[in-house]
Design a protein around this ligand. Structure first.
Ligand code: MN
Length: 489
């Protein structure tokens, strides 16, 4: 049984360019709690007043998880942690000579003494202490063990071995944890993904006796990131699949929390990222889709539902008749053999030009082949946007919804945002739709070139994608949204 120490809100937030508001931190912390992680590292109190605010509201929420904060080996950091009313401190002590001598300009003896004093101080004030050896993977192992045993004597409840720059190998990790797991207190593993080995090293540590693993949602974190929560959970649950490797994590929530973290941190997940990437359960190739329709295990290591996802088919030059037929069935359309071939040929033709065919494109193609007059319920009648340096971007929109004219206005951080907000207001009450993704592709050329906007919309569990293309980026955005809304509505 391994414990999960989630540091999305601390090490994850240390990703370049990421900054979460206190409300956003709380939102993520609540979801982590529902997911079932054991410890939430909510932040680093020494960072700023805003950071402390965020930690305090997370600590006050009364979550099941232990609420922890990062602290350096300094009494003032422990005091700041106490001021946030948290359960525990993740006390990080530099352990390699490069950190001790070059970064801190100190020596091993001083570091050891300060660490012992700080642990005693934190324990005297009622905190749970997890003591980390920072850059432990490059430290002198004998000094590291001395640091650990002295701080255990001083009262440290748990230890952590940090591979701060991501240089561990699985074999070495196994040796290290085989030795550390004999120290008498639970040991954690904290890995970074600089060589893409964070998950493999964390698993090696767990197998060798680590009782807790430090992770972040989507593997976000400094540089190449931290160990990814969803990867460790699924490796243990699906590949090891034994009682001792049971994680107690609510796996069906993994995709949901991945989306939430990616949206709030504005860190997009790579399409080919395992478990949570866009393509992880998406199929295009005709042969694969045919195989999946007969038995999904043919080209999938696990069913997507297990992590709260759905299987998706995209269309392009590899598309075969089987996947188009399945998609048409979902759209409630029926094509005969000849019509189906024509639809497939059109899709392949677009794919050959290097384009991806979205669900909305497929519907349009199918409807024109099947000669169905599609009559959208929402039509754009007019759109006016004003923006400038001295005025708040404002848009007014006129829609024809089922024959009724609806006029609304909206403001935003920029003209596109303003237009989308106006559209949201105008369609409010008609339909509840969530914008999941927004992507702009400028088709190369001058400033008068065509711009293609792709959006992903959801309503309940249904997710669809749609596209708009126009020389005007605002019109292209609104067209993509209206096309998508019409399909969901
Ligand atoms: Mn780290």
């Amino acid at each position: 049984m391994v414990n999960f120490f989630d540091t999305t809100l601390r090490d994850g937030e240390q990703s370049p360019g990421v900054s979460l508001t206190p409300e956003q931190k709380l939102l993520i912390a609540k979801e982590l709690d529902l997911l079932g992680v054991d410890v939430i590292e909510a932040g680093s109190p020494a960072t700023s007043e805003g950071e402390r605010e965020g930690i305090k509201i997370v600590a006050k929420e009364g979550l099941n998880a232990e609420i922890c904060v990062f602290a350096r080996s300094l009494k003032k950091d422990v005091d700041l942690a106490l001021g946030c009313d948290v359960d525990s401190v993740h006390l990080v002590v530099p352990s390699s000579d490069v950190h001790i001598e070059k970064k801190l300009k100190k020596d091993r003896k001083t570091v050891l003494k300060t660490a012992v004093d700080t642990v005693e101080y934190a324990k005297d004030h009622g905190l749970i202490v997890e003591l980390s050896g920072e850059d432990a993977s490059r430290a002198d192992f004998n000094f590291l063990k001395k640091l650990y045993s002295k701080t255990i004597e001083a009262g440290a409840d748990r230890l952590c071995f940090c591979d701060t720059v991501g240089v561990l190998l699985p074999e070495r990790t196994e040796e290290i944890f085989g030795s550390l797991s004999k120290l008498g207190v639970p040991v954690s593993v904290h890995c970074h993904n600089d060589f893409g080995l964070a998950t493999a090293n964390s698993i090696a540590a767990i197998k060798a006796g680590a009782l807790q693993v430090h992770v972040t949602v989507n593997g976000i974190g400094e540089r190449a990131g931290n160990t990814s929560l969803e990867e460790v959970v699924m490796v243990l649950e699906v590949l090891y699949n034994s009682k001792s490797m049971n994680t107690r994590i609510v796996k069906e929530n993994l995709f949901h929390i991945s989306k939430l973290v990616s949206r709030l941190t504005k860190m997009e997940v790579a399409p080919n990222k395992s478990i949570v990437g866009d393509n992880a359960f998406t199929h295009e190739s005709g042969i694969h889709v045919h195989g999946i329709n007969s038995d999904s295990s043919a080209y999938e290591p696990m069913p997507p539902e297990i992590v709260g996802r759905e299987r998706r088919f995209v269309f392009g030059k590899h598309t075969g008749g089987a996947s188009v037929e399945l998609a048409l069935k979902e759209l409630g359309l029926k094509a005969d053999k000849k019509q189906l071939n024509k639809i497939v040929d059109t899709v392949k033709g677009i794919g050959d030009k290097g384009k991806r065919v979205t669900d909305a494109d497929l519907q349009t193609i199918a409807e024109s082949v099947l000669e169905i007059e599609s009559n959208p319920r929402i039509k754009l009648s007019d759109l006016t946007v004003v923006s400038g340096k001295m005025i708040m971007p404002t848009a007014s929109i006129k829609l024809d919804i089922d024959g009724n004219m609806v006029i609304e206005a909206g403001t935003g951080v920029g003209p596109v945002d303003a237009a989308i907000n106006a559209l949201r207001k105008a369609t409010q009450g008609v339909t509840e739709i969530q914008l999941e993704g927004y992507h702009v592709d400028a088709i190369r050329g001058g400033t008068d070139a065509l711009v293609e906007v792709s959006v992903e919309l959801s309503r309940g569990d249904k997710v669809i994608s749609a596209k708009g293309a126009n020389v005007d980026i605002i019109i292209a955005s609104i067209e993509a949204l209206i096309q998508g809304i019409n399909r969901l509505y």
